[in-house]
Write a protein that binds this ligand. Sequence first.
Ligand code: GLA
Length: 385
Amino acid sequence: MDSCGILALFEKVYGRSEGAEAFFAPGRVNLIGEHTDYNGGHVLPCALTFGTYIAARRRTDGWVRCFSGNYPETGVVRFELEEMANDPRHGWANYPKGVVRVFRDNGFPVDSGLDMVVRGDMPSGAGLSSSASIEMATAVMLSSLFSLGLEDEEGRVRMALLCKDVENGFIGVNSGIMDQFAVALGRAGTALFLDCATLERRYVPVDLGEYDIVVMNTNKSRMLVESKYNERRSECEQALADLRRAGAPISSLCDLSAGEFFGWEDAVADPVCRRRARHAVLENGRVLAAVDALTSGRIDDFGRLLNESHLSLQFDYETTGRELDCLAELSWQREECLGARMTGAGFGGAALAVVRRDGAAEFIRFVGERYGRYIGYDCAFYRSV
Ligand code: GLA
């Protein structure tokens, strides 16, 4: 596998590529179920055809050398297996470093250094999980080069959980489990229907007939995503604490059905926290409805659920912002579009639309031209699911 010229890049950086092997992990787009994963709810992500490529070879000493074709200005980053703290000067290389560290901390025999190069063919910072993708590509590489035996389904689940530990403990982002599961277990032509409370999952075929999924990147630089994300998490925790104090027999917000939530909602004292909780509970219901719509071929119902999801994220969860709202509202104006919503954490990043294939070129022209005019810079489109 060398579709990104990854072995050629290895040779360019380290002189020769004998013994180097190539690995890949995809990015993901979440069809529906946003900000439900850390609330014990369901999600429905798809793996993308683009993602992160790594070429790597073991060394005989304890040095790890990494180079990224996407950030050549950082040069070759070097660190020793015994010196594995997060280092802000190492930038992107903290992701592979964190994976090596967490694997070693968990007793996996990663007992020699490595030379590696990385190149992603996906936009980073677009809310399509470039970070989970580089973490997983590193994990897959370690499993193969150090014979860790994590290639089967159970091993991939283990790798996803370890990569989540990297994100939470080493990188310092308090994300849920969706992204790592999507990139570890995604399969072509299907979405992963995951219950984030129990990790039970199944694959749902994504057969949209004459429709395609178009991914739209706002190209907005994602400042403050982490602090806003953590703020939403604590608002949900506050709502959960209020509900439990009032006697609701739940361990996470998504244990409530919509009807139950409306019975209990007055127990949430702060109106902002109440709206956050309402989003989580209703969004979880929309995931179940979306799976039902997809499995019974009701594509227009699926599209409508996407629109409802966006509106809920816009008004109750407040994670959209001008650029994502602009993409959704322009999409909704087009008759060839069945539905559109933001995807991922929000606050910039990407949106997706379900668009009739024969109208997709015109859709892209219309949305692209007006977005540039209203926002002042261009968005980008991908058809890669
Ligand atoms: C980010 C996080 C995920 C999830 C989404 C929102 O992508 O990494 O865990 O919470 O935001 O649905």
